[in-house]
Design a protein around this ligand. Structure first.
Ligand code: SAM
Ligand code: SF4
Length: 338
């Protein structure tokens, strides 16, 4: 059993860690980043060995699921070494209870052709790949890089390696809005579930996100007019609620930070590549795990920092998206990861 399970002041057990291994990325999705991003100085980023030690401290406290994210996790040099090291934690010694049950990652897919086999061999079973469009010109506009063929090859490579691939699509008014049914059909036709996400007001980008905000309540109504959506009890430990599509046999997930708050069942915390633990994607509350890790008594300092995190984790986020409004937070999603 974990030494002292992570329980926040609202009684929510924290069993899921999203660990960012870098804030850098080979794409520049317009809703996520500015074209000219100021990235974290490399000197401040934790080494892979430090990220591993942090992850172990969380597992020790009862975390059973770790998602590596970023930025783009697969652009971090030697990241596969971290995946392999954590993958070894997926096989608890005989008689041992608890431990890591799932190791996964969220990726933009551009480097999956290179990494899919290694991920599968390291014990990864499921991954999330972000795909906002199947239209090459729109992809190049949204990601500011012409990489759709590479991403599609990456998805195929992941499938061939035996990884279950879930696609993540940010729903964007006037951009991929009318392509959503085609994306769902493509995903289900290839054996992938697809989760739609509402755009969140995180960090300054060039445009106004409100121009492209598309409430998923609207999308769901449209999809329900086209297909038979059956509420599903399927859960993956994250915030999505799922529906089965009778006609395609696949699942659609909805992540609705704006139109349907899911904070009551939050089981997650996020750690940046510099070791800042953010207790909520939509809040500024944080503790410094790097300082704890590099202190004279790292074990005690980490335990105290995690206790403090549980004390300050807020009850909910208060995202709001409105024309002309500043982002709710200055921090970009690429810092804390998806
Ligand atoms: N680079 C990887 C990727 O794109 O999958 C992992 C990191 S990315 C920050 C994780 C997820 O966050 C992606 O699915 C992306 O589309 C989503 N995302 C980024 N910025 C967002 C925003 N402002 N609102 C909603 N989703 C966002
Ligand atoms: Fe990179 Fe992912 Fe952000 Fe796109 S959403 S810019 S791929 S971190």
């Amino acid at each position: 059993m974990p030494s002292a399970p992570l329980l926040d002041s609202f009684g929510r057990g924290i069993t899921y860690l999203r660990l960012s291994v870098t804030d850098r990325c080979d794409l520049r999705c317009t809703y996520c980043m500015a074209e000219r991003m100021a990235f974290l100085p490399r000197s401040e980023v934790l080494s892979l060995e430090e990220l591993h030690r942090l992850a172990l401290a969380f597992i020790e406290r009862g975390v059973t699921k770790i998602r590596l994210t970023g930025g783009e996790p697969l652009v971090r040099r030697d990241v596969i070494d971290l995946v392999r090291a954590l993958g070894r934690r997926l096989e608890p010694a005989e008689g041992q209870q608890g431990g890591l049950e799932e190791l996964t990652l969220t990726t933009n897919g551009t480097r999956l052709t290179e990494f899919a086999d290694d991920l599968a061999a390291a014990g990864v079973r499921r991954i999330n790949v972000s795909l906002d469009t199947l239209d090459r010109a729109l992809f190049a506009r949204l990601a500011r890089r012409d990489r759709l063929p590479q991403v599609l090859e990456g998805i195929a490579a992941a499938k061939a390696a035996g990884l279950a691939v879930k696609l993540n699509t940010v729903a964007l008014k006037g951009l991929n809005e009318h392509e959503i049914p085609a994306l769902v059909e493509w995903a289900h036709g290839h054996g992938h579930d697809l989760t739609l996400i509402e755009v969140m007001p995180l960090g300054e980008v060039e445009g106004d996100r409100a121009d492209h905000y598309l409430p998923l309540t609207v999308v769901r109504e449209r999809l329900a007019a086209r297909w038979t959506l059956i509420e599903s009890g399927h859960r993956t430990g994250g915030p999505a609620s799922y529906f089965e599509v009778a006609e395609t046999g696949g699942r659609i997930g909805f992540i609705t930070p704006l139109t349907g708050n899911f904070c009551a069942t939050c089981n997650r915390v996020r750690v940046t590549a510099t070791g800042e633990l953010y207790t909520c994607l939509g809040g500024t509350e944080k503790v410094d795990l790097r300082a704890a890790l590099r202190s004279d008594e790292p074990e005690a300092a980490l335990a105290a920092a995690l206790d403090e995190a549980m004390r300050i984790k807020p009850e909910r986020h208060h995202f709001r998206i409105a024309p002309g409004a500043a982002p709710a937070l200055r921090r970009h999603m690429s810092l804390t990861g998806g």
